[in-house]
Ligand binder design. Structure first.
Ligand code: NAD
Length: 452
């Protein structure tokens, strides 16, 4: 059986999320008497768009657009990052909020999904301009965010400093209240958790390590000596390079928005980090081979880690991927076409909603500590994160195996429901992970019922 052909690769991220949802839906159990639930579970609950006048350092007032989408509060308050990026827009933010819902369900974190973004070029903003933009955005969101309704966190080009400004602004607007849980990813001195900055990479590391131990990749049972290439050297990519290097992997390729570098016997991520801090990029290190902009995705390696931006693996370059395993630290780095090509080439993909969920897990720990006025030690954060990431990996692997075992039943149910549709695609790890997540949300929604 072949995967259903998807013909148009030029679509937005929300359409990509819908394709992933549609591929998983036949593999979820239908709850009696709940026709129409699929539509309910996919559509975002609330979309807020705000216009933000911000005074630049030269006195000029620039106008920015900001977005906050609450995809689902079926399982708890919304949770999701805020990104500053020129491409931030409604479709992107809706997709990212949807993936947050699925991530929280898969990791058994009692949150729904949300996401925010401001369309801007953060590389052209001074620190003062970023602060004014962050404060104006927080104020404009008003009651759309709150410690028990929708809780932001850092994402692309935002960090603990951004969260400190958001917390301070919200606190000024809500005096006399315990406001620390309004955002996560805060500085440690402001109720943050030591492991939050590295949590996304750490979570991806635990998932990869466990997947290899479970025999997911024939011939490679540990990271010792594994050849790894990483696209992106920011929060997610840089920590990942260090963690995989410390575990004995060879980091053969690294890149950032300015280009990439390759070294056959392995790069030293510490040295690359110092070079990036000095020069602003990973490129130009002595004795390394320069890679073209997307070249890092195609280098000879065992494990490829996209940790930069979305839709990087496409129908165009997926046939040239040499890795046996793709670990998605970025959100949405693989188009549905690329997914099909990688699956048909037996390249495994640990999907974003599993591999990069470490950030939201530790965000949940931070939120829970802030609510209870507690402070966990680092060892407890690390061991709880590891336990959850390993358990979720086991759930996904087991669900995929169960779906493949039951494929005849799913196929005949599919043909009954959709006689004119193409063949049901065989479930890969993404389909299995999405099916677990959607099923969990479906059950919660059915248990709550529809009000009124
Ligand atoms: P970041 O801003 O810290 O770093 C982004 C990195 O990507 C930078 O090194 C940048 O140079 C690089 N980059 C940008 N465009 C590129 C391109 N075209 N080619 C190669 N490199 C490029 O962001 P981050 O927090 O590390 O986020 C990276 C990805 O991980 C995003 O998709 C984000 O949504 C996802 N993610 C992050 C977190 C988190 O906790 N930070 C959690 C879950 C998912």
């Amino acid at each position: 059986m072949t995967a259903a052909p998807v013909l148009d690769e030029d679509r937005d991220l929300h359409q990509i999320a819908k394709i992933q949802f549609d591929r998983a839906a036949p593999y979820t159990e239908v709850v009696d008497g709940w026709r129409g639930m699929a539509q309910w579970l996919f559509q975002p609950e609330r979309i807020v768009e705000v216009v933000l006048p911000v005074r630049a350092d030269d006195g000029y007032v620039h106008i920015y657009r900001g977005y906050r989408v609450l995809h689902s509060s079926v399982r708890g308050p919304g949770k999701g990052g805020i990104r500053f990026h020129p491409d931030a827009g409604p479709a992107e933010v809706k997709a990212l909020a949807t993936w947050m819902t699925w991530k929280c369900a898969l990791l058994d974190v009692p949150f729904g999904g949300a996401k925010g973004g401001v369309a801007c070029n953060p590389q052209l903003l001074s620190k003062g301009e970023k602060e004014r933009l962050t404060r104006r955005f927080t104020a404009a969101l008003g009651e759309a965010i709150g410690p028990h309704t929708d809780i932001p966190a850092p994402d692309l080009y935002t960090d603990s400093q951004t969260m400190a400004w958001m917390y301070d602004t919200y606190s000024m607007m809500h005096p006399g209240e315990a406001n620390l849980p309004i955002v996560t990813g805060k500085p440690v001195s402001l109720g943050g958790v030591t492991g939050r900055a590295s949590a996304t990479a750490q979570g991806g590391f635990y998932v990869t390590e466990h997947y290899l131990e479970m025999g997911g990749l024939p011939g490679i049972s540990s990271l010792e000596g594994a050849r790894v290439a990483i696209q992106g050297f920011g929060n997610a990519g840089r920590y990942a390079a260090n963690l995989f290097h410390e575990a004995g992997a060879l980091i053969v390729g690294l890149s950032d928005s300015q280009g990439g570098i390759y070294h056959e016997t392995g790069l030293d991520p510490g040295l690359v980090g110092r070079h990036k801090d000095l020069t602003g990029s990973v490129i130009g290190i002595e004795d390394t081979v320069a890679l073209p902009p997307m070249g890092v995705l195609e280098v000879d390696c065992d494990i490829l880690i996209p940790a930069a931006i979305e839709t990087q693996l496409t129908a165009e370059n997926a046939p040239r991927v040499q890795a046996a395993l793709v670990v998605e630290l970025a959100n949405g780095p693989t188009t549905p076409e690329a997914d099909d090509i990688l699956t048909s080439r037996s390249i495994r993909v640990l999907p974003d909603i599993l591999a990069n969920a470490g950030g939201v897990v530790v965000s949940y720990f931070e939120w829970a500590q802030n609510i209870e006025n507690q402070q966990w030690d680092d060892a407890k954060v690390a061991s709880e994160l590891r336990r959850r990431m390993r358990r979720a990996t086991e759930r996904v692997v087991a669900r995929r195996a169960a779906l493949i075992d039951g494929i005849e039943m799913y196929r005949s149910r599919w043909h009954e429901m959709r006689p004119n549709y193409p063949e049901l695609p065989l479930p890969n790890l993404r389909t299995a992970a999405t099916a677990v997540a959607v099923q969990t949300c479906r059950e919660a929604a059915a248990q709550r019922g529809v009000w009124p």
